[in-house]
Design a protein around this ligand. Sequence first.
Ligand SMILES: Nc1ncnc2c1ncn2[C@@H]1O[C@H](COP(=O)(O)OP(=O)(O)O)[C@@H](O)[C@H]1O
Ligand SMILES: CC(C)(COP(=O)(O)O)[C@@H](O)C(=O)NCCC(=O)O
Ligand SMILES: [K+]
Length: 242
Amino acid sequence: MLWLDLGNTRLKYWLTDDIGQIVAHDAKQHLQAPAELLMGLTDRFERYAPDFIGISSVLGDALNAKVSETLSRLNIPFEFVHVDAAHALMKSAYNDQQLGCDRWLQMLGAVDKKKRQCVIGCGTAVTIDLIDHAEHLGGYIFPSIYLQRESLFSGTKQITISNGTFDSVSQGMTTQDAVHRGILLSIVGAVNEISRRHPNFEVIMTGGDAATISQHVNRPVRLRDDLLLNGLARYFDYRNKP
Ligand SMILES: Nc1ncnc2c1ncn2[C@@H]1O[C@H](COP(=O)(O)OP(=O)(O)O)[C@@H](O)[C@H]1O
Ligand SMILES: CC(C)(COP(=O)(O)O)[C@@H](O)C(=O)NCCC(=O)O
Ligand SMILES: [K+]
């Protein structure tokens, strides 16, 4: 199987064998041209001869159509995931016309009907979702640390910070530090507040910035990089059952 995750910043893919083991995997920035990036990967995909392609995309209809066009040339059946708020594994009260497919799949990949869970996706946006015994209660969306920095850069005259590391939440004494630490604190502080309100929820993080953020959270955090893949596998597994 070939699994694709088209996020706002990166395209991730996983090739798995017939027992579900990952035989190849990568993540690449697509620069809003995912179809062109996929074109360059087709040789690689063809070598593994997957019999199906399952896709999560939050890129919208226009880019998805281009992706479909590229994938059609492979002559391998493919399908985009559609959010199902009444799925057998997890019910959701969220507006299912709006809920991001990657957000939903990450939850589907994590959900455990015996647990209370807080699933945090740290990608281009940071999403925080609460799940109580396989019932999605809703959540929050924040700009990522990078988007926050870009918005300060573009919305102010005197903040010209466009690089640097996010490594502390202590107060800063320079613009560089104040910007990075303030932004990181905005996310870490939100995570801490949500976990304070929901003390008996297991905190799970995934996505490119999960390690950067989790270090400063004052609760144990379970880092899982397999959530979206697991969600895709669960989704198509259920789809194929009568
Ligand atoms: N300027 C930037 N804007 C957004 N993300 C950036 C930027 N620079 C680096 N990144 C990295 O891009 C990655 C995006 O993570 P990922 O989970 O793949 O997101 P998505 O699913 O939204 O594409 C993060 O690891 C982040 O650190
Ligand atoms: C919240 C998101 C932008 C996160 O995307 P990502 O950071 O993974 O690229 C995406 O799931 C999305 O576009 N969601 C639609 C809005 C919603 O979930 O309500
Ligand atoms: K994502």
